[in-house]
Design a protein around this ligand. Structure first.
Ligand code: DGL
Length: 269
């Protein structure tokens, strides 16, 4: 039976960061309803083991499938890197998109020099998921990866244009930039907020690949191809679900989303 086209798109992340993807979706697909899940009680995922992340990801997928969604988007790079197969297995017929597939495709398609840098959490970088995917798309591409664990807390602190963040970025990017990369993949939900600073540090000639906007574009194409776009014309709704009390999510989330969040539901497993 074809899916109900008015069902929401399920978007999930370890916490607040996936709101960069929601923002991209709201701009690209304003008529689509969204249910967002942020596992705020267990964030951060980026320093956790593959087994733990796999287990948490399975629980979140089950939750969203039970709610009823027509598509799932793994907004968290860390989950996409190590647990994408868990999501696809549990999602069955429901199409699954993720930021790593979208980011890797956009990076390879737009790289003229075929030298690409990737930055992300330690778990994402250690998994080598971006490099593997990019090599599958273009075996000749050279990929240089760098974990940037301090970026997540700096962004959550709101230090988007702060001397400490600038010094940290210079230190992290030094080895990657030394390889003359022409593109830099922002392989973590939080990094799009650092775009102006990273552009400064990397230089204007380095193209920044934002997985959040590229996955929104893929979502639009996939909904059109599968005839799943919402036919309604009324204002779309976004339902936010989190696993801890919503206060911090609400405050930081407004910065990520660029607008106020509205109703937030606390999920108790
Ligand atoms: N959402 C994570 C990611 O994109 C960053 C935050 C975390 O470590 O949980 O990798």
């Amino acid at each position: 039976m074809p899916a109900d086209r008015s069902l929401p798109i399920g978007v999930f992340d370890s916490g607040v960061g996936g709101l960069t993807v929601v923002r991209g979706l709201m701009e690209r697909l304003p008529l689509e309803n969204i249910v967002y899940f942020g596992d705020t009680a267990r964030v951060p995922y980026g320093i956790k083991s593959v087994a733990t992340i796999g287990q948490f990801t399975g629980q979140i997928t089950d939750f969203l499938m039970a709610r009823g969604v027509k598509m799932l988007i793994v907004a968290c790079n860390t989950m996409a890197a190590v647990a994408g197969d868990v999501v696809r297995k549990q999602a069955g017929e429901v199409p699954v998109l993720d930021v790593i597939e979208a980011g890797a495709q956009a990076a390879v398609a737009g790289s003229r020099g075929r030298a690409i840098g990737v930055i992300g959490t330690p778990t994402t970088i250690n998994s080598n998921a971006y490099a593997r995917r990019m090599h599958a798309l273009d075996p000749g591409v050279r990929v240089y990866s760098q974990a940037c664990p301090l970026f997540v807390p700096l962004v959550e602190e709101g230090w988007l244009d702060h001397p400490v963040t600038r010094m940290t970025a210079l230190e992290y990017l030094k080895p990657v930039l030394a390889e003359q990369v022409d593109s830099l993949v922002l392989g973590c939900t939080h990094y799009p907020l650092l775009k102006p600073l990273l552009m400064d540090v990397a230089g204007r000639e380095v193209r920044l690949v934002d997985s959040a906007t590229t996955v929104a574009e893929q979502a639009a194409q996939t909904l059109a191809r599968l005839n799943l776009a919402n036919p309604g014309e009324q204002h779309a709704t976004v339902q936010y679900c989190v696993t801890d009390i919503p206060l911090r999510f609400q405050t930081i989330g407004e910065r990520f989303l660029g607008r106020s969040l509205g109703q937030i539901e606390r999920v108790v497993w």
